[in-house]
Design a protein around this ligand. Structure first.
Ligand code: F6P
Length: 543
């Protein structure tokens, strides 16, 4: 396999980028009234407008050719078929099986995974209904009304994002908290809001060895035991893990352990029993709808030709902006308060998947960029914060605007205002405002010539800034599932093009190892061989 950057298509794209360097998006729109029709796609309620990217028809054809060269279709077939594409961990990547709501068998090593998955759905249904119907009683006989998810990374971000997004579907007498950080303030502030008699803790950890989660679990257990005795632990703790023996050794009752498997990556585990907070808060039907939406997107990604494929198109726009137009940063901007945690979730899925500098053959990647920096927050809040940099800063960023067409809560003009602001931002980024236009405007407002000339420099906006806009009918569980899966497949497609293993995360391991090594030093035991900076910091803390 030759490096993607050595392929003829990559080289033609590099030249093509130079040819386009003087072209402004404003002119591309002026010269082509059909640009939106040409560069937008619709599928099952989703609409992706990618016309505000600095592309022409030729760019698109070349990018599609790049996807062909990288064999995106073949690689996706391998993923869906259970090939062990996570080669460094020798694992299949089958989170799509978790949302196989049509129940058709999926075999891995001659075993039908759907049998295990259906069993877990059953277990999730029983647990969630027991809690929702106030039949899960705490040590004093009162029904559980508060759940606390103890997990971090993929065992926190996904369920937290979805639970928040669908909060309007949860009953008012059920409460849910997420504790991830090992900073004691996280668990302390949460426990202050809980009653030990009515709180159920869920230890969500695929490995059941993540130090943050286990520390928080111990703190929660100590808090509970200050109010009751050891045998009550079974009523107040459950675990979701691939290591059931460790959970049992910790003290979790066997019937309170929900399994997860090595073919589910942590950052893709929302679809497994790790999604239990969603089922408890919103009901198992809602969770199944979420899965159905994701499954529909899987089918679209799997079966639709590249030219009409939403995740592929979003991925190609990213590759173009990042690798050829040299923008290192992608802002995710949901114009939807309920999607507040969506950028955080995507940040892990994208950056942990494609933040790699070695290719699938173990060669160092030196001549092209892989995963971009993913960040963002909800609109319109960002407009009064970092959007200034998007419009007039020197950093190069492309934006994904995400907007449900109908609101969850309809208050007067709120949704019209939200929509107008969303579209205005991408329009302003695309068009900008020229120096001449700004200058003329200032003159017409009565500003003196000299002052207008100076002020115009500050007020003008270059425009020509790339963005995608993604619309869908409403933030229902179905569309939320589809939205998350759309981005998952975008990330997969980019990983294939960049020739990386998107499913391991060795980089985060070093920090974990060093933290364990440093713990004795921070606790005051002398540790040899520390670098001067770390030793200085440790001494300062001990002082
Ligand atoms: O820190 C990396 C990571 O392994 C993530 O990939 C994962 O989501 C998170 O830690 C939590 O892991 P676990 O579910 O095993 O506690």
């Amino acid at each position: 396999m030759e490096s993607i950057a050595l392929t003829p298509t990559w080289k033609v794209l590099q030249q093509h980028k130079l040819d386009l360097s003087r072209v402004h998006l404003r002119d591309l729109f002026l010269n082509d009234p059909k640009r939106y029709d040409r560069f937008s796609l619709e599928h099952d309620g989703f609409l992706l407008d990618f016309s505000k990217n600095r592309i022409t028809q030729a760019t698109l054809l070349l990018l599609l050719q790049l996807a062909e060269t990288a064999e995106v279709k073949l690689r996706s077939f391998e993923m869906f078929s259970g090939d062990k594409i996570n080669i460094t961990e020798k694992r299949a990547v089958l989170h799509s099986a978790l949302r196989h709501v049509n129940h058709a068998p999926i075999f891995l090593d001659h075993h039908n995974l759907m049998l295990d998955i259906q069993q877990v759905w059953q277990q999730m249904r029983q647990i969630s209904e027991k809690i929702r119907h106030q039949k899960w009683l705490g040590f004093s006989g009162k029904p559980i009304n508060t759940i606390v998810n103890l997990g971090i990374g993929g065992s926190d971000l996904g369920p937290k994002m979805v639970t928040y997004a669908l909060e309007h579907l949860a009953p008012e007498n059920l409460h849910c908290h997420f504790v991830s950080n090992v900073d004691g303030t996280a668990i302390a502030r949460t426990l202050k809001q809980c009653n030990p008699e009515t709180t159920l803790f869920m230890i969500s950890s695929k490995s059941f060895s993540t130090i943050e989660t286990l520390s928080n679990a111990l703190a929660a257990k100590a808090w509970l035991l200050a109010h009751t005795d050891e045998k009550s632990v079974a009523k107040h703790f459950l675990a979701i893990t691939a290591k059931s023996e460790k959970a049992r050794a910790w003290g979790i009752a066997a019937e309170n352990i929900l399994p997860l498997w090595d073919w589910v990556g942590g950052r893709y585990s929302l679809w497994s029993a790790i999604g239990l907070p969603v089922a408890i808060m919103c009901g198992m039907e809602v969770f199944q709808e979420l899965l159905a939406g994701a499954h529909a997107m899987d089918e679209h990604f799997k079966t639709t030709e590249l030219t009409k494929n939403l995740p592929v198109m979003l991925a190609l726009m990213g590759v173009w902006n990042h690798n050829f137009l040299h923008m290192p940063s992608n802002a995710i901007l949901p114009y939807c308060e309920a999607l507040k945690y969506f950028p955080d979730h995507l940040q892990q899925v994208d950056m942990e998947s494609n933040g790699k500098s070695v290719d699938i053959l173990g060669r160092e990647i030196v001549d092209y960029q892989t995963g971009p920096i993913i960040w963002g927050s909800t609109g319109t809040n960002g407009q009064h914060s970092f959007h200034q940099l998007l419009h007039q800063g020197t950093a190069k960023v492309w934006c994904d605007f995400i907007l449900p067409i109908k609101p969850i809560d309809d208050f007067g003009d709120h949704h019209a205002l939200l929509t107008a602001n969303c579209f205005a931002q991408s329009q302003a980024l695309m068009q900008g405002k020229s120096l001449a236009e700004t200058y003329e405007e200032l003159l017409s407002q009565g500003v003196e010539h000299d002052a207008a000339a100076i002020l115009a420099e500050h007020k003008m906006s270059s425009g020509n800034k790339s963005s995608n806009t993604l619309l869908f009918p409403k933030l229902t569980p179905y569309y939320l599932g589809g939205l998350i899966a759309l981005y998952e497949h975008k990330i997969f497609t980019q990983g294939v093009i960049w020739q990386v293993n998107s499913f391991d995360q060795w980089g985060v391991e070093l920090g974990k190892v060093l933290a364990n090594q440093l713990l004795p030093a921070v606790k005051g035991q002398s540790v040899e061989g520390l670098d001067a900076s770390t030793a200085g910091l440790v001494k300062a803390v001990l002082r």
